[in-house]
Design a protein around this ligand. Sequence first.
Ligand code: NAD
Length: 266
Amino acid sequence: MKVAIVGAAGRMGGRLIHAVLEAEGLELTGAIERAGHPQIGLDAGLVAGAGELGVTISADLATTMIEADVLLDFTFPDVTLKNLAVCAELGKMLVSGSTGFTPEQRNEAEKFAEKIPVVLAPNMSVGVNACFKLLKEAAKILGDDFDVEIVELHHNKKKDSPSGTAVRMGEVVADQLGRDYNQVANFHREGICGERGHAEIGMQTVRGGDIVGEHTVYFIGMGERIEISHRAMSRDMFARGATRACKWLSGKAPGIYDMQDVLELK
Ligand code: NAD
């Protein structure tokens, strides 16, 4: 399976290049960056510290995708939507880990996915996806008797807050408890803001240094507390999840899939 990577010179792009090289059955045929990026024209392997690969970083997505079967995209929602348009036009698959989609952007992505199979997953880690399953079970058992609070920590370069993963965790718990996440998520407490609402799900973010990503969901009851935590030690596990998603996507019908589909956790 021939893979092109967009955002190839980014933090995740570099790890994706290593993961594609390590994955059996995958071959890196293209590397794309935004027009004007200083590393356009350089060898993608050398930029990623993976040795020379003979794959030059280009800004021309459409030409690069002629050879590739699937586009691996860890960029930003507005960029991903443009990439989806190109892939839908050419009939190529897309796996994206971009985070921070608005509901409108998600709807737009769904339209492109009527033509091609797409994996959109705000967190490609196998461990985090196991946590989603555990959270559903915990919420089912604990019900309305426990207050739910979510705390996430990330590096100081992260652009979106709370993380896509924290939002997904909030949605999983809210859905199981029969609540609307958008109604019950509370992102801010300051001053005399009153007692905690019973149904609310507190969403707190911490930003600093080089933290790859940590999430804890607290289920806080009377006299006891359950914490479900995931700590990412390196970006490689996201990249490995993404290569697994590429392989799984081959031969699937058009539509949007997530990592729960890829890992068959549904
Ligand atoms: P980054 O800023 O290091 O890399 C993004 C890259 O995209 C940059 O190199 C940038 O030049 C490139 N880019 C921007 N606009 C472009 C365009 N129009 N065309 C081509 N390339 C373009 O960011 P990062 O830390 O690698 O994260 C990238 C995305 O992946 C973010 O949305 C982040 O939240 C997400 N992320 C997802 C997961 C997951 O498991 N799903 C894990 C980590 C990061």
